[in-house]
Write a protein of this length. Structure first.
Length: 137
């Protein structure tokens, strides 16, 4: 298992497959949905990633079927892929928790460090700051 962090498209592809086997177009649309439309995989990018993920034993071919005379290949997450995805999700959760904790302390006037105090926003709060402090955005 690698200690490197995953690139976002890899994370999203594995996340899409965590729900069950999918074919390429299904993954493209699922990744777009999971990312709120921010990540739009092109077919060439997806299939290069699938080849790499298969070589790393993170995914495997689940089945193939013929649709309109063309082969539709479905991929599934392997046990190793699920373990890597879970580890990456936990790493991201810890990082987000640390950021949120520090931002809340900053907004509350806490002195996490001199640097945090020097970088307080001047003027009023933004909707982002109110959201972190427990208000509504």
């Amino acid at each position: 298992m690698s200690d490197r962090s995953m690139q976002e498209p890899t994370f999203l592809i594995l996340t899409a497959l965590a729900a069950g086997p999918q074919h390429g177009y299904g993954m493209i649309t699922d990744v777009q949905e999971i990312s709120g439309g921010r990540v739009r995989l092109r077919a060439g990018t997806l299939y290069a990633a699938l080849d790499r993920l298969q070589a790393e034993h993170l995914i495997a071919v689940d089945r193939e079927e013929i649709v309109d005379g063309r082969v539709r290949r479905y991929y599934r997450l392997t046990e190793e892929g699920g373990t890597r995805l879970a580890a990456e999700a936990e790493r991201l959760r810890r990082n987000a928790e640390a950021a949120t904790t520090r931002l809340r302390a900053r907004l509350a006037g806490g002195a996490l460090s001199g640097h945090a105090l020097r970088n307080r926003p001047l003027g009023g709060e933004t909707p982002f700051h109110r959201g972190l402090a427990g208000g509504t955005a």
